[in-house]
Design a protein around this ligand. Structure first.
Ligand code: F0G
Length: 456
C-alpha cells in the first residue's frame, strides 16, 4: 500500500517561530508552568486543541466572500440550514456562536433543580451548563472505556444497562434528556458504535426521553463505524452520518471541530414547542434566529466545511494521521490510551511517570517537559483539570491522569507529526528526570486555565 498523503495542496502558509530550549525554560517559568498562559507565538507545534484551529479550504474562503450580512433572512442562513438539515435531518436549525452557546440554551430550558441528565461522558462545558442550571449530570461510560491499556473498537459506548437502572432510580419524568457525545472527547476521542446509538435510543424510547447527540466529531465517529462495525464497510460516510442522526431527536454542535471552521455551532431539534423556546432565548443571548451570534460569512464557511468533512479521502487521512502518531509512540513504549482516538492522542501520565503521585500532577510535568524539549504545546487532562478538594483540603484526584495531544485539522504535515513523536520519545527516555509540580495559585472554578505552578 502507498503512503496515505494529505489530500490537499497548500496555498497559503503561516510562519512558525523557532525558540531555543533555554528560551523556552524562561518562557514556561514566566507563565507559571501553565501552557495556557504562554503566547501562541512562543509555541512551535500547537496541540492544545483541535477546536477552532482548522485550516479552511479555498472554497470556504470563497464562501467568506459570498457571505450575506443581512440582519434577518440572509441568503447565507439558508445555505447553512440546508447543509445542517442534510446531515441531521432535523426540522429546526438554530445557529449559535459555538457549542457551549447551544448547550446553554438547551439546558437553561430543560434543566433546573431536581432534574438529571445522562451521557456516555459529558464534555466539561456540557456538564458545566447542566450543573449551572441546578441539575445533575451523570456519566455512564462502558467498562472497557475506563481502561486506557485495553483495546476495543468502540470505547466511547454508553453502558445501556446502567442508563436503564438510572432512569428507574430517578424517574423518567425527572430526566429531560440523554446525550451521546460522538466521539467521546473526554474518554480519549473514542467512537460510539451504531449499535450502541440504537440501543440507547431504544431505552430512551421505552421511557419517552429524547436522545441528543453532542455531535462535535460526528464525521470522525462515522468513519470509525465504517472501518470497524459490521455491515458498514460499503456504506458512504454521509449515509452513516445520516443514520447516526436519525436515531437522535436533536443535536448540539461545535462547528469548530468537524465543520472545519474557526467559529460557530448549532442546536438542531424536531420538537416545535421546544424549538420556539430555544429561539426566543437565542434572541436574548446570541442574536436573531437567522444568524445566532455569527456573521453571514461564518455560516457559509460552515456549510462548505460540512461538505468537505464527509469526504472519505479527508477522513482516511485524518484518522490515519492520528493513528500514525499513536503507533510511533506505542512502538517506543510510550503509554497512551489504546487504540488511538480520532482527534487526539492521550498519553497515560500515571504509567509514563509512576514516580510522581497524582498530588504532584504527573500530567502537568509531561506538558511542561514537552514544551521545554520541543516547543510542543499540549494540555493536562487529569487532576489539574478535574481534581477537587475534600473538607480537609486534601486533593481528590481525577480517575485518570492524561495529557492530550490534539491534532488541528489540515494544519500540520507528516513531518510535523514525526517531529512531535521525536519530542515525546525524547522526554519519555529522560522521564526519570521529570519532577512533580505544586500549585501556588488557583481560581475557584475551571482552575486549569489560570493556575500557576512551581516544580517540586
Ligand atoms: N462538546 C464537546 C465534545 C467538545 O469537545 C467541546 C469543545 C464542546 C462540546 C464545546 O464546544 O468549545 O465550541 O463551546 N471542546 C474543545 C476541546 C474546547 O478542546 O476539546 P465549544
Amino acid at each position: 500500500m502507498k503512503t496515505i498523503i494529505e489530500p490537499f495542496k497548500i496555498k497559503s502558509v503561516e510562519q512558525i517561530r523557532f525558540t531555543t530550549k533555554e528560551e523556552r525554560k524562561k518562557i514556561i517559568e514566566n507563565a507559571g508552568y501553565n501552557p495556557f498562559l504562554i503566547r501562541a507565538d512562543d509555541v512551535l507545534i500547537d496541540l492544545l486543541t483541535d477546536s477552532g484551529t482548522a485550516a479552511m479550504s479555498s472554497d470556504q474562503w470563497a464562501g467568506i466572500m459570498r457571505g450575506d450580512e443581512s440582519y434577518a433572512g440572509a441568503k447565507s442562513f439558508y445555505v447553512f440550514e440546508n447543509a445542517v438539515t442534510k446531515i441531521t435531518g432535523d426540522k429546526f436549525i438554530i445557529p449559535t456562536h459555538q457549542g457551549r452557546a447551544a448547550e446553554k440554551i438547551l439546558f437553561s430550558i430543560l434543566g433546573g433543580p431536581g432534574k438529571y441528565f445522562a451521557s456516555n461522558t459529558f464534555f466539561d462545558t456540557t456538564r458545566a451548563n447542566v450543573e449551572f442550571s441546578g441539575s445533575e449530570a451523570h456519566d455512564f461510560l462502558c467498562e472497557v472505556g475506563k481502561h486506557p491499556e485495553q483495546r476495543a473498537p468502540f470505547k466511547g459506548n454508553m453502558d445501556v444497562d446502567a442508563l436503564e437502572t438510572f432512569i428507574k432510580k430517578y424517574g423518567k419524568e425527572n430526566i429531560p434528556l440523554v446525550v451521546l457525545t460522538v466521539t467521546n472527547n473526554s474518554g480519549g476521542g473514542q467512537p460510539v458504535s451504531m449499535k450502541n446509538i440504537k440501543d440507547v435510543k431504544d431505552v430512551c424510547k421505552k421511557y419517552g426521553i429524547p436522545l441528543f447527540l453532542d455531535a462535535c466529531r460526528f464525521a470522525e465517529n462515522a468513519y470509525f463505524i465504517k472501518m470497524r462495525e459490521e455491515g458498514y464497510a460499503d456504506k458512504s460516510v454521509l449515509e452513516i452520518v445520516k443514520e447516526m442522526f436519525s436515531y437522535a431527536d436533536g443535536s448540539t454542535m461545535s462547528a469548530k471541530k468537524d465543520a472545519l471552521v474557526n467559529i460557530g455551532g448549532w442546536l438542531s431539534l424536531n420538537d416545535e414547542e421546544l424549538a420556539m423556546k430555544c429561539r426566543n432565548l437565542l434572541i436574548v443571548t446570541e442574536g436573531f434566529t437567522t444568524y445566532g451570534g455569527l456573521a453571514g460569512r461564518d455560516l457559509e464557511a460552515i456549510a462548505q466545511g460540512l461538505e468537505e468533512v464527509v469526504d472519505e479521502h479527508y477522513l482516511k487521512y485524518r484518522i490515519r494521521s492520528t493513528e500514525y502518531l499513536g503507533e510511533k509512540l506505542i512502538d517506543a513504549g510510550v503509554p497512551i490510551i489504546e487504540p488511538p482516538g480520532g482527534h487526539a492522542i492521550y498519553i497515560d501520565a500515571k504509567r509514563f511517570l509512576p514516580h510522581i503521585k497524582p498530588e504532584e500532577y504527573p500530567g502537568q510535568s509531561i506538558v511542561c517537559g514537552l514544551y521545554i524539549e520541543g516547543g510542543v504545546r499540549t494540555v493536562e487532562i487529569g487532576s489539574v483539570m478535574f481534581g477537587k478538594y475534600d473538607n480537609d483540603g486534601k486533593l481528590i484526584p481525577s480517575v485518570m491522569e492524561l495529557v492530550r495531544l490534539a491534532i488541528p485539522r489540515r494544519v500540520y504535515t507528516q513531518s510535523h507529526v514525526d517531529y512531535v513523536s521525536e519530542v515525546v520519545i525524547e522526554v519519555f527516555k529522560n522521564r526519570d528526570k521529570l519532577k512533580g509540580y505544586k500549585i501556588i495559585y488557583e481560581a475557584p472554578m475551571l482552575r486549569h486555565f489560570t493556575a500557576k505552578f512551581v516544580p517540586i
